[in-house]
Design a protein around this ligand. Structure first.
Ligand code: CP
Ligand code: NVA
Length: 306
């Protein structure tokens, strides 16, 4: 059975630190102009059902830096369509390549692909989770704060895929996590119970008060109010989340915090220009770290599996 990364908790805290250690090593070398070819002749396939800039380009570039290559497989390959079953697709594709990154509409499709694949499958975002994003985000926080344990991450907005993965990585690494949003968009009890099972004693709080949430936070994080696939709910979500915009008034309650956003951002909605372009924002470094952390992840996961 290959080792997959479908959700953040597929890695232990110890393994996350191991990925970060490989990342740091590769990043130091990269800054010195060295691109260590740890994956010569290896091929990574990218199977995407939804648009992407950061995930797609950072994985493809990562493979070039590591001395391997990648294939971007869009809608014309017929993934998750009437052309053939996901099972057949996964069994065949995994004979050709060394790893698969997949972005799916439904997490069930990702699980079906992983079940049929003889090589590691990495979640490049599903409706349920976005573990590569969360790993890069927490790595970025570590670069800023020098540590993560005990620090508070305040996520203001929707309890979505990104929020779930951040909550899980936070719990694994001993961080405090607060979700501020309308109750209808909080995490469900199933997810809370799941986090408590994986990381007993982890602090995960939900509130409707964004100012209370961001007090003493090391990170104020937000994401779009309507994720890909939720376009039809846009209007009702905008009404529900209006009071949860991350703006200068909210950031004033967290003067020591850095501001993060996975991007793409809808400026003027979940975040103002003043905040995302302001002195507390680290969103560009955060996006850059997708490349570095995914290099560490590929080297660790594919090395681990083979
Ligand atoms: N943050 C992120 O995953 O961006 P893309 O959708 O552009 O890949
Ligand atoms: N929650 C967003 C994240 C995009 C990177 C979405 O799923 O569309």
């Amino acid at each position: 059975m290959p080792r997959h990364l479908l959700v953040a908790e597929d890695l232990t805290a110890h393994e996350i630190e191991a990925v970060f250690a490989v990342t740091r090593d590769l990043q130091v070398k990269f800054d010195e102009g060295i691109r260590e070819p740890l994956m010569p002749g290896r091929v990574l396939a990218l199977v995407f059902e939804k648009p992407s800039l950061r995930t797609r380009v950072s994985f493809q570039t990562a493979m070039v830096h590591l001395g391997g290559s990648s294939l971007f497989l869009g809608a014309d390959t017929g993934f998750a369509s009437s052309r053939e079953s996901v099972d057949d697709f996964g069994k065949v594709l995994s004979q050709y390549v060394d790893g698969i990154v997949c972005r799916t509409k439904s997490h069930d499709t990702l699980e079906a692909l992983a079940a049929s694949s003889s090589v590691p499958v990495i979640n490049g975002l599903s409706d349920a989770s976005h573990p590569c994003q969360a790993l890069a985000d927490i790595y970025t926080l570590r670069q800023h704060a020098g540590r993560v344990q005990g620090l508070k991450l305040a996520f203001v907005g929707d309890g979505n895929n990104v929020a779930r993965s951040l909550a899980m990585v936070s719990a694994l690494l001993g961080m405090r996590f607060v979700l501020a949003g309308p109750e209808a968009y909080h995490f469900g009890q199933d997810f809370l119970d799941h986090v408590a099972r994986i990381a007993p004693g982890a602090e995960l709080i939900q509130t409707t008060d964004p100012h209370e949430a961001v007090r003493d936070a090391a990170v104020v994080y937000t994401d779009v109010w309507a994720s890909m696939g939720q376009e039809k709910e846009r209007e009702e979500r905008h009404k529900a989340f209006r009071a949860y915009q991350v703006n200068a008034a909210l950031m004033a309650s967290a003067p020591e915090a850095i501001f993060m956003h996975c991007l793409p951002a809808h400026r003027g909605e979940e975040v103002t220009d003043e905040v995302i372009d302001g002195p507390q924002s680290v969103v560009i470094q955060e996006a850059a770290n997708r490349l570095h952390v995914q290099k560490g992840l590929i080297a660790w996961l594919l090395g681990h599996a083979n």
